[in-house]
Design a protein around this ligand. Structure first.
Ligand code: SAH
Length: 238
């Protein structure tokens, strides 16, 4: 791997190994399938309808969000650095006959150098907590979005409750995720993410929590941002 690449080879290998399971709604990626309608709804609530808009999905994996946005009529580019998830994503879109989504193996930083100010909406979900230098990805997203466009992030908060719920609860007790999926030290406080966004020239406009109820086994958007959360930011208009 390129020494300068802002990526962790072990993390990418983890996602490649599981890639064939990506679209199994009861498999290892079940939580992503469950949260997908919620985050998609929130993105459209904040940014407006995605129809006919150019959207970039950074760290798209097997394409759960990218494909859903294309189904809403967006022109979507999904990027990731793990090869197998990208292949799975491509194949799934083909099988489902979803036009309007393309996939490419490239880093956000590399794409930002090639195509600044290109996308109306940039999404980067459940990815920053797997990257060595998340602030660099945030800056790349800010470069990639057009002036006046929207950037959406989601990740895991860093505090004792998040450790207990997102790692002990999700990986060991409820087994929602494979053990070793997440590393606590890579979790990101909303204040940290907001600061990186502002440093990159974005206005942070919304913060939304995502909670899980183990009894009903359902996720919901909520005010509580203590474990999983989404952040919306807008690039200043030119
Ligand atoms: N965003 C998708 C997938 C989340 S899983 C969703 O929410 O549905 C995390 C993804 O981030 C994996 O596909 C992994 O390969 C990718 N990833 C990890 N490090 C990356 C990096 N440095 N650059 C691009 N993608 C990365």
């Amino acid at each position: 791997m390129d020494a300068k690449l802002n990526a962790d080879a072990a993390e990418l290998a983890k996602f490649s190994e599981l890639a064939h399971r990506w679209w199994d709604p009861a498999g290892e990626f079940r939580p992503l399938h469950q949260i997908n309608p919620l985050r998609l709804g929130w993105i459209e609530e904040v940014a407006g309808p995605l129809r006919e808009r150019d959207v970039l999905d950074v760290g798209c994996g097997g394409g759960i969000l990218a494909e859903a946005m294309a189904r809403r009529g967006a022109r979507v580019l999904g990027i990731d650095l793990a090869d197998k998830p990208l292949k799975v994503a491509q194949l799934h879109a083909l099988e489902q006959q979803v036009a309007g989504v393309r996939y490419q193996a490239i880093s956000a930083e590399q794409l930002a150098a090639q195509q600044p100010a290109t996308f109306d909406v940039v999404t980067c979900m459940e990815m920053l907590e797997h990257v060595p230098d998340p602030a660099s990805v945030v800056a790349a997203c800010a470069t990639l979005v057009k002036p006046g466009g929207w950037v959406f992030f989601s990740t895991l908060n860093r505090n004792p409750k998040a450790f207990l719920l997102a790692i002990v609860g999700a990986e060991y007790v409820l087994r929602l995720l494979p053990r070793g999926t997440h590393e606590y030290r890579r979790f990101i406080r909303p204040s940290e993410l907001a600061q990186w966004a502002r440093q990159a020239g974005l206005d942070v406009t919304q913060l939304m929590g995502l909670t899980y109820n183990p009894l009903t086994q359902r996720f919901a958007l909520a005010r509580d941002t203590s474990v999983n959360y989404l952040l919306a930011a807008r690039r200043e208009a030119a």
